[in-house]
Design a protein around this ligand. Structure first.
Ligand SMILES: NC(=O)c1ccc[n+]([C@@H]2O[C@H](COP(=O)([O-])OP(=O)(O)OC[C@H]3O[C@@H](n4cnc5c(N)ncnc54)[C@H](O)[C@@H]3O)[C@@H](O)[C@H]2O)c1
Length: 341
């Protein structure tokens, strides 16, 4: 059994807690949170943009800490699951790794590339796992795309376009603060940057055109220039100011003998167009609620710790590469030219 200590019991901490109830081989044994009511089990103030509302919980059998050091000194904890705001990821992860714990940390790995590099270096020095909870590859539509690309069932991957656009998240006060949420590049687009890095390797350069809001990119279009010059990979991400725009994500992925389509806004389910003219909509076994994809992600992390075999999808270096891409994309927008990665 892998014993988990969750650090930060806000929206994502709650989602992870609920998802762990479906994970075989892991148990939440401790929670570290600075808001006393949440530590006492009153989660009614927690809400996010999906999933259930917080309610009163029975935390019997779970050690509760208001200070990280005390949880890190708890010898019963094998893995620290960090669900803190991004500005706290680096120092918390480094402290946990130095205390001999494995770490699963919510995305983005960190706000600054140097901090993310320190996290990866500390994990290597400590001989502990640093996993970053990029959940996109565990969502059915993206898992299907990843498996289809990697299986080469329809031939070579030729490229694709990835979209992730939202209306202004007015309830997040520090969304555009480079030291808070970090803006749409590291909060939103990083999901696609991570997925693109996963399927294409590390691009050689990026060319982004976009609008800035203060020091962060608000809305942008990127071409990812890969070592294979025939790969055409693009992404559109960011915020538009009309509140009628719901959260929108999607892709159009080109393979030699098929095109894969998915778009949440137009309610286009995953669709496979093949070169015999057929249009197919694969069926997925849908889970009972939105925590199922997170349970799949946490199962992957649990298995990695239990077997000692690192997860390719949750790899810290992969998440660092996604952050580097985002930093280079912002640089490209500001300099108005392609930037080498
Ligand atoms: N994968 C996804 O789909 C997804 C969705 C939302 C958020 N996230 C990520 O999850 C992370 C957390 O976001 P959130 O929306 O849950 O934030 P949140 O503000 O709802 O929760 C953060 C919690 O951490 C607590 N906290 C802050 N500093 C602390 C400290 N020093 N010690 C103990 N507790 C402390 C806060 O009191 C709060 O309860 C972010 O990195 C975010 O990017 C991921």
């Amino acid at each position: 059994m892998i014993n988990v200590g969750i650090c930060g019991l806000g929206f994502m901490g709650m989602i992870h807690y609920l998802a762990y109830q479906k994970v075989r081989g892991a148990k939440v044994k401790a929670i570290c949170e600075k808001i006393p009511e949440r530590l006492a089990g009153d989660w009614r103030s927690i809400k996010g943009n999906f999933g259930p509302r917080g309610k009163k919980m029975n935390l019997a059998g779970i050690a509760t800490y208001s200070e990280l050091d005390k949880m890190l000194a708890d010898p019963n904890i094998d893995m620290v699951d960090i669900c803190l705001p991004p500005c706290a990821h680096a120092e918390t992860a480094i402290a946990a790794l130095k205390a001999g714990k494995h770490v699963l940390c919510e995305k983005p790995i960190a706000l600054a590339v140097d901090d993310a590099r320190r996290m990866v270096k500390t994990a290597n020095q400590a001989g502990k796992m640093l996993m970053i909870a990029h959940v996109l590859p565990f969502f059915a539509a993206y898992r299907f795309a990843l498996n289809t690309i990697q299986s080469k069932k329809y031939g070579r991957f030729l490229g694709g376009n990835f979209t992730r656009v939202i209306s202004d998240p007015l309830w997040l006060k520090d969304f555009y603060d480079p030291n808070g949420c970090g803006g749409p590049m590291v909060d939103l687009h990083i999901h696609d940057a991570h997925f693109i890095r996963l399927i294409c390797g590390m691009p050689k350069a990026v060319h982004s055109v976009g609008r800035m809001r203060g020091r962060v990119a608000e809305y942008f279009n990127t071409q990812f220039l890969c070592s294979d010059p025939s790969l055409v990979v693009t992404a559109t991400s960011g915020v538009i100011n009309q509140q009628g725009r719901p959260f929108t994500n999607g892709y159009e992925i080109h393979l030699q003998r098929a095109t894969l389509l998915f778009e949440s806004w137009t309610q286009t389910p995953v669709t496979v167009l093949t070169d015999d003219g057929r249009v197919r909509r694969p069926k997925f076994t849908s889970g009972t609620d939105e925590t199922d994809d997170f349970a799949a992600e946490l199962t992957e992390a649990t298995k990695a710790v239990a077997t000692g075999k690192p997860s390719k999808l949750l790899d810290g270096q992969l998440a660092l590469d996604a952050l580097i891409l985002g930093q280079k994309q912002t640089e490209s927008i500001v300099k108005r030219r392609p930037v080498r990665v």
